[in-house]
Design a protein around this ligand. Structure first.
Ligand SMILES: N[C@@H](CCC(=O)N[C@@H](CS)C(=O)NCC(=O)O)C(=O)O
Length: 242
């Protein structure tokens, strides 16, 4: 029969993650694109309060471990991956394109993220399902409590950020405007910043595809064929190897 994997076969990259987090999706896709095998450690949400803080004081995922190196934040991880495994590149070489790449990555991580969170947790129709999904990794005794706490926790975040205080029609209009801008920006180009895929494509993709797991965001995205075709392209380039 097949022999058990030895220590030697263990990938040296470990991704501490929430399976459903768009930032973790972003890092997994960058790892696939660079063809780096990795293993994942699914972090139960309550672990971010204490245990995960030994690795990352902010208590956030993703956190990537590579030998003795620990890197947190998807933006830092992308840069680390580029420095450590330069091929294929995920950053443009031209300084001005690099600057644009950074701006678009930040737009995805710091603006689109809150739409994604709003679709999943701000809409009460979806909060139950996504809280259940996010609590699966908890030990049984904590699962129900986490599931009950998550919608309130996330809605507080959304209220403090501001998006949670807008009427739903306004948020949908804003989201539609973002997709409209994405379409115009893409025009007939294949990628957002240069002639190859960059971290900007992956960052924007991960937020939109996670949002589009809800029927409400899916409805808006489906109205934008250019964005959809680009999403197919990004997905094709960054899916796990078969
Ligand atoms: N800017 C960070 C954002 C990461 C982030 O917000 N992660 C969320 C999950 S989607 C998290 O870990 N939340 C747990 C917490 O805040 O305790 C990145 O790009 O990695």
């Amino acid at each position: 029969g097949a022999s058990a994997p030895t220590l030697v076969d263990m990938p040296e990259l470990v991704l501490h993650q929430f399976e459903s987090s768009p930032f973790c999706d972003k890092v997994r896709r960058l790892l696939h694109y660079k063809q780096k095998p990795y293993r994942t450690h699914e972090v139960p949400p309550t672990e971010t309060l204490v245990r995960l803080r030994r690795l990352n004081p902010t208590g956030k995922v993703p956190v990537l471990e590579h030998r003795e190196v620990v890197i947190s934040d998807s933006t830092e991880i992308a840069r680390y991956l580029e420095d450590t495994f330069p091929e294929p590149p995920i950053f443009p070489t031209d300084p001005k394109a690099r600057a644009l790449c950074h701006i678009l990555e930040d737009w995805a991580d710091e603006s689109l993220y809150f739409y994604e969170a709003w679709f999943r947790f701000g809409l009460s129709e979806n909060a139950g399902e996504f809280s259940r999904r996010s609590s699966q990794s908890e030990p049984p005794l904590l699962r129900k409590a986490t599931e009950r706490a998550l919608p309130t926790l996330m809605r507080n975040v959304l209220r403090l950020q501001g998006i949670g205080r807008k009427p739903p029609e306004r948020v949908l209009t804003d989201f539609d405007r973002h997709l409209e801008a994405l379409e115009r920006w893409l025009g007939d180009g294949d990628w957002l910043v240069c002639e190859h895929l960059t971290v900007a494509d992956v960052a924007v993709y991960s937020q939109l595809s996670c949002a589009a797991e809800t029927a409400e965001a899916q409805g808006v995205v489906a109205d934008h064929p250019t964005a959809l075709a680009w999403m197919e392209r990004v997905n094709g380039a960054t899916s796990p190897p078969v």
